[in-house]
Design a protein. Structure first.
Length: 203
């Protein structure tokens, strides 16, 4: 089985990009990172991609007349590289059907809560504000809604009374960096299937 070809979309620091790249470099993850897509030219993730030897498509949304316009260009870059799987890793743009529809079942996202709790922005702050005892990390397929696609895997992260947003975020990010390469590995081994709202993970 040929290694899956993936594209990582990110907008910021790129810690999850780095975790994936490290897993590939260490031989723990049998995929090929073909492309980084980034909407912020100054984002640290761009430098991480350069160090990892990964091509980057970097753009400024304001340079395009619409979301569909830049997503059409992204789609062409994905096609040129025969990308099998899109991995959203802190990509802060809402996606349109231009990308979501052709890649449904082949596009995943990671979110810093136990969905369906606390979708959208500031999930870590929401968890603290609500006083929950457990939050976590979710990897799910992207369906065009707000963090609403079928859930593939979740990891629980406890909250402590002394937690601040920074201390909780640190543990959340550590959990993300373990869970995301693991899930990508399952998909690369073709062990993941969608059946309606449910995701079946084969042994």
């Amino acid at each position: 089985m040929a290694a899956k070809r993936i594209a990582v979309f990110a907008s910021g620091q790129g810690s999850n990009f780095q975790a994936i790249a490290d897993a590939v470099r260490e031989g723990k993850l049998d995929v090929s990172i073909e492309l980084l897509v980034c909407d912020k030219p100054s984002a640290p993730v761009v430098e991480r991609a350069k160090h990892a030897g990964v091509d980057a498509f970097v753009f400024k949304p304001k340079d395009y007349p619409s979301r569909e316009a830049y997503e059409t260009e992204i789609a062409e870059e994905l096609r040129k590289r025969q990308v099998d799987l899109i991995v959203l890793a802190g990509y802060m743009r809402i996606l349109t059907p231009t990308l979501v529809e052709p890649y449904y079942g082949r596009m995943i996202n990671i979110h810093p809560s136990l969905l369906p709790s606390f979708p959208g922005i500031n999930a870590i702050g929401q968890a603290l504000e609500h006083g929950v005892k457990v939050t976590g990390v979710t990897v799910h397929f992207v369906d065009g809604g707000l963090d609403s696609g079928p859930i593939i895997a979740q990891t629980a992260v406890p909250l402590y009374e002394e937690d601040t947003e920074a201390s909780l975020a640190k543990r959340i990010h550590e959990a993300e960096q373990k869970l995301y390469p693991y899930v990508i590995g399952l998909i690369a081994q073709e062990k993941v299937a969608i059946e309606g709202r449910k995701v079946i993970v084969k042994p």
